[in-house]
Design a protein around this ligand. Structure first.
Ligand code: FE2
Length: 246
Protein backbone atom coordinates (compact mmCIF):
# COMPACT_ATOMS: atom_id res chain seq x y z
CA UNK A 1 0.00 0.00 0.00
CA UNK A 2 1.25 3.46 -0.87
CA UNK A 3 0.11 6.34 1.34
CA UNK A 4 0.39 10.09 0.95
CA UNK A 5 0.50 11.51 4.48
CA UNK A 6 0.25 15.26 4.95
CA UNK A 7 -0.67 17.90 7.49
CA UNK A 8 -1.29 21.58 8.19
CA UNK A 9 -2.30 22.96 4.80
CA UNK A 10 -3.64 26.11 6.50
CA UNK A 11 -5.63 27.53 3.57
CA UNK A 12 -2.52 27.77 1.39
CA UNK A 13 -3.91 26.89 -2.04
CA UNK A 14 -0.64 27.45 -3.93
CA UNK A 15 1.24 24.99 -1.68
CA UNK A 16 -1.55 22.42 -1.79
CA UNK A 17 -1.82 22.57 -5.58
CA UNK A 18 1.95 22.11 -5.91
CA UNK A 19 1.72 18.92 -3.86
CA UNK A 20 -1.25 17.68 -5.90
CA UNK A 21 0.77 18.30 -9.09
CA UNK A 22 3.77 16.45 -7.62
CA UNK A 23 1.66 13.34 -6.96
CA UNK A 24 -0.33 13.48 -10.19
CA UNK A 25 1.40 10.62 -12.00
CA UNK A 26 2.21 8.55 -8.92
CA UNK A 27 -0.27 6.01 -7.67
CA UNK A 28 -1.52 6.28 -4.10
CA UNK A 29 -3.99 3.88 -2.56
CA UNK A 30 -4.68 5.97 0.54
CA UNK A 31 -4.49 9.60 1.60
CA UNK A 32 -4.06 10.58 5.22
CA UNK A 33 -4.50 14.14 6.46
CA UNK A 34 -3.50 15.08 10.00
CA UNK A 35 -5.48 18.27 10.49
CA UNK A 36 -5.52 22.06 10.08
CA UNK A 37 -6.99 22.48 6.62
CA UNK A 38 -7.69 26.14 7.41
CA UNK A 39 -6.30 29.10 9.35
CA UNK A 40 -3.52 31.57 8.33
CA UNK A 41 -3.92 31.52 4.53
CA UNK A 42 -6.38 33.29 2.23
CA UNK A 43 -8.06 30.36 0.44
CA UNK A 44 -10.01 28.29 2.99
CA UNK A 45 -12.95 27.50 0.67
CA UNK A 46 -10.76 26.48 -2.26
CA UNK A 47 -8.53 24.26 -0.10
CA UNK A 48 -11.53 22.51 1.49
CA UNK A 49 -12.98 21.92 -1.97
CA UNK A 50 -9.68 20.41 -3.21
CA UNK A 51 -9.56 18.25 -0.09
CA UNK A 52 -13.09 16.93 -0.75
CA UNK A 53 -11.90 15.65 -4.15
CA UNK A 54 -9.31 13.33 -2.57
CA UNK A 55 -10.54 9.83 -1.93
CA UNK A 56 -10.22 7.66 0.04
CA UNK A 57 -9.17 10.12 2.69
CA UNK A 58 -8.60 9.47 6.38
CA UNK A 59 -8.69 12.73 8.25
CA UNK A 60 -8.63 14.19 11.75
CA UNK A 61 -9.38 17.78 12.66
CA UNK A 62 -6.78 20.31 13.76
CA UNK A 63 -7.08 23.02 16.40
CA UNK A 64 -7.69 25.69 13.73
CA UNK A 65 -10.39 23.58 12.04
CA UNK A 66 -12.05 23.15 15.41
CA UNK A 67 -11.89 26.87 16.27
CA UNK A 68 -13.16 28.02 12.87
CA UNK A 69 -16.05 25.55 13.21
CA UNK A 70 -16.93 27.19 16.54
CA UNK A 71 -16.23 24.01 18.52
CA UNK A 72 -13.69 25.65 20.84
CA UNK A 73 -12.96 29.18 22.04
CA UNK A 74 -9.88 31.24 21.18
CA UNK A 75 -8.33 31.38 24.66
CA UNK A 76 -5.25 29.38 23.63
CA UNK A 77 -4.67 31.16 20.32
CA UNK A 78 -2.13 33.96 20.00
CA UNK A 79 -3.56 37.25 18.61
CA UNK A 80 -2.33 36.62 15.05
CA UNK A 81 -3.76 33.08 14.94
CA UNK A 82 -7.03 34.28 16.52
CA UNK A 83 -7.36 37.02 13.88
CA UNK A 84 -6.95 34.38 11.15
CA UNK A 85 -9.56 32.12 12.78
CA UNK A 86 -12.11 34.96 12.94
CA UNK A 87 -11.38 36.01 9.32
CA UNK A 88 -11.72 32.39 8.14
CA UNK A 89 -15.04 31.87 9.97
CA UNK A 90 -16.44 35.01 8.33
CA UNK A 91 -15.29 34.01 4.84
CA UNK A 92 -16.18 30.33 4.84
CA UNK A 93 -19.15 29.11 2.82
CA UNK A 94 -21.82 27.35 4.85
CA UNK A 95 -21.22 23.91 3.30
CA UNK A 96 -17.49 24.19 4.05
CA UNK A 97 -18.23 25.16 7.64
CA UNK A 98 -20.34 22.01 7.81
CA UNK A 99 -17.42 19.98 6.46
CA UNK A 100 -15.13 21.28 9.23
CA UNK A 101 -17.77 20.64 11.90
CA UNK A 102 -18.05 17.03 10.77
CA UNK A 103 -14.35 16.17 11.07
CA UNK A 104 -13.34 13.50 13.62
CA UNK A 105 -11.19 14.26 16.61
CA UNK A 106 -7.99 12.26 17.01
CA UNK A 107 -6.55 9.82 17.73
CA UNK A 108 -7.99 7.62 15.00
CA UNK A 109 -6.81 4.07 14.40
CA UNK A 110 -7.15 3.62 10.66
CA UNK A 111 -5.93 0.01 10.50
CA UNK A 112 -3.89 -2.51 12.52
CA UNK A 113 -0.67 -0.68 11.64
CA UNK A 114 -1.47 3.03 11.72
CA UNK A 115 -2.94 5.55 14.19
CA UNK A 116 -3.29 9.22 13.31
CA UNK A 117 -3.74 12.37 15.40
CA UNK A 118 -3.23 16.13 15.08
CA UNK A 119 -1.25 16.98 18.22
CA UNK A 120 -0.71 13.90 20.37
CA UNK A 121 -2.51 10.60 20.95
CA UNK A 122 -3.70 11.74 24.40
CA UNK A 123 -4.66 15.34 23.57
CA UNK A 124 -5.41 16.52 20.04
CA UNK A 125 -4.13 20.02 20.85
CA UNK A 126 -0.84 19.10 22.59
CA UNK A 127 2.43 19.97 20.81
CA UNK A 128 4.89 17.05 20.72
CA UNK A 129 8.29 18.52 20.03
CA UNK A 130 10.82 16.24 21.65
CA UNK A 131 11.72 12.67 22.57
CA UNK A 132 10.24 13.01 26.06
CA UNK A 133 6.82 13.84 24.64
CA UNK A 134 7.22 10.92 22.25
CA UNK A 135 8.22 8.48 24.98
CA UNK A 136 4.99 9.30 26.82
CA UNK A 137 2.93 9.15 23.64
CA UNK A 138 3.88 5.58 22.74
CA UNK A 139 1.76 4.28 25.61
CA UNK A 140 -1.36 6.00 24.22
CA UNK A 141 -1.66 3.97 21.00
CA UNK A 142 -1.17 0.30 20.15
CA UNK A 143 -0.18 0.32 16.48
CA UNK A 144 3.34 0.15 15.09
CA UNK A 145 3.11 3.71 13.79
CA UNK A 146 1.39 6.94 14.68
CA UNK A 147 1.48 9.94 12.37
CA UNK A 148 0.94 13.40 13.87
CA UNK A 149 1.13 17.06 12.84
CA UNK A 150 0.52 20.39 14.65
CA UNK A 151 4.19 21.44 15.20
CA UNK A 152 4.85 22.04 11.48
CA UNK A 153 8.23 20.42 12.06
CA UNK A 154 9.20 17.13 10.38
CA UNK A 155 10.35 14.56 12.95
CA UNK A 156 10.77 10.83 13.39
CA UNK A 157 10.71 9.33 16.88
CA UNK A 158 11.72 5.68 17.09
CA UNK A 159 10.94 3.52 20.13
CA UNK A 160 13.79 1.08 20.51
CA UNK A 161 14.19 -1.12 23.60
CA UNK A 162 12.22 1.27 25.81
CA UNK A 163 14.12 4.39 24.71
CA UNK A 164 13.36 6.95 22.02
CA UNK A 165 15.74 8.01 19.29
CA UNK A 166 14.68 11.20 17.48
CA UNK A 167 15.62 12.35 13.99
CA UNK A 168 14.89 15.86 12.71
CA UNK A 169 15.56 15.57 8.97
CA UNK A 170 17.36 18.47 7.29
CA UNK A 171 18.25 17.00 3.89
CA UNK A 172 15.45 16.08 1.50
CA UNK A 173 14.11 13.85 0.16
CA UNK A 174 14.71 12.09 3.48
CA UNK A 175 14.30 8.32 3.44
CA UNK A 176 14.03 5.98 6.41
CA UNK A 177 13.42 2.28 6.70
CA UNK A 178 10.59 1.04 8.93
CA UNK A 179 12.25 -1.75 10.91
CA UNK A 180 10.51 -4.69 12.52
CA UNK A 181 10.55 -4.66 16.32
CA UNK A 182 10.56 -0.84 16.53
CA UNK A 183 7.65 1.58 16.83
CA UNK A 184 7.37 5.01 15.25
CA UNK A 185 5.85 8.45 15.79
CA UNK A 186 6.27 10.47 12.64
CA UNK A 187 5.50 14.07 11.70
CA UNK A 188 5.46 14.85 7.95
CA UNK A 189 5.91 18.62 8.50
CA UNK A 190 3.52 21.21 7.10
CA UNK A 191 2.30 21.75 3.55
CA UNK A 192 1.14 25.33 3.95
CA UNK A 193 3.10 26.88 6.81
CA UNK A 194 6.47 25.12 7.42
CA UNK A 195 8.29 26.19 10.59
CA UNK A 196 11.55 24.28 10.58
CA UNK A 197 13.47 27.08 8.89
CA UNK A 198 12.80 25.64 5.45
CA UNK A 199 9.99 27.38 3.51
CA UNK A 200 9.43 24.47 1.12
CA UNK A 201 6.20 22.53 1.44
CA UNK A 202 6.64 19.30 3.42
CA UNK A 203 4.83 15.94 3.19
CA UNK A 204 5.48 12.23 3.40
CA UNK A 205 5.07 9.06 1.39
CA UNK A 206 4.80 5.75 3.22
CA UNK A 207 5.26 2.58 1.19
CA UNK A 208 4.18 -0.37 3.32
CA UNK A 209 5.43 -2.93 0.78
CA UNK A 210 8.95 -1.47 0.75
CA UNK A 211 8.64 -0.64 4.47
CA UNK A 212 9.99 2.85 3.98
CA UNK A 213 8.99 6.45 4.45
CA UNK A 214 10.19 9.42 2.41
CA UNK A 215 9.73 13.05 3.43
CA UNK A 216 9.66 15.37 0.43
CA UNK A 217 10.05 19.14 0.20
CA UNK A 218 8.84 21.01 -2.84
CA UNK A 219 8.72 24.62 -3.95
CA UNK A 220 5.52 26.48 -4.70
CA UNK A 221 4.39 29.99 -5.62
CA UNK A 222 5.06 31.63 -2.25
CA UNK A 223 4.73 35.21 -3.51
CA UNK A 224 1.16 34.65 -4.78
CA UNK A 225 0.16 33.07 -1.46
CA UNK A 226 1.70 36.06 0.35
CA UNK A 227 -0.04 38.64 -1.86
CA UNK A 228 -3.40 37.00 -1.24
CA UNK A 229 -2.85 37.11 2.54
CA UNK A 230 -2.05 40.83 2.39
CA UNK A 231 -4.95 41.62 0.02
CA UNK A 232 -7.33 39.81 2.38
CA UNK A 233 -6.21 42.08 5.23
CA UNK A 234 -4.79 39.18 7.25
CA UNK A 235 -1.79 39.96 9.52
CA UNK A 236 1.42 40.76 7.62
CA UNK A 237 3.37 38.26 9.74
CA UNK A 238 1.39 35.39 8.19
CA UNK A 239 2.74 36.40 4.79
CA UNK A 240 6.33 37.02 5.83
CA UNK A 241 6.75 33.72 7.65
CA UNK A 242 5.97 31.83 4.43
CA UNK A 243 9.28 32.94 2.97
CA UNK A 244 11.31 32.43 6.15
CA UNK A 245 9.79 29.08 7.07
CA UNK A 246 9.78 29.91 10.79
FE1 FE2 B 1 -1.24 23.87 12.28
Amino acid sequence: MKYLIFSDVHSNLEAFKAVMTFIKNRKFEQFIFLGDIVGYGANPNEVIEEMKKISPLFIVRGNHDKAVAGLTNLDYFNPVAATAVIWTSKNLRLENLGFLKGLSSGPLKINEEITICHGSPWDEDYYMFNKFDALEAFSFFDTKMCFFGHTHFPAIHILENGDVKTIYPTKFPFRAKIESGFRYLINPGSIGQPRDGNPLSSFLIYDSKKESITIHRISYDISTAQSKILEAGLPQMLASRLSSGI
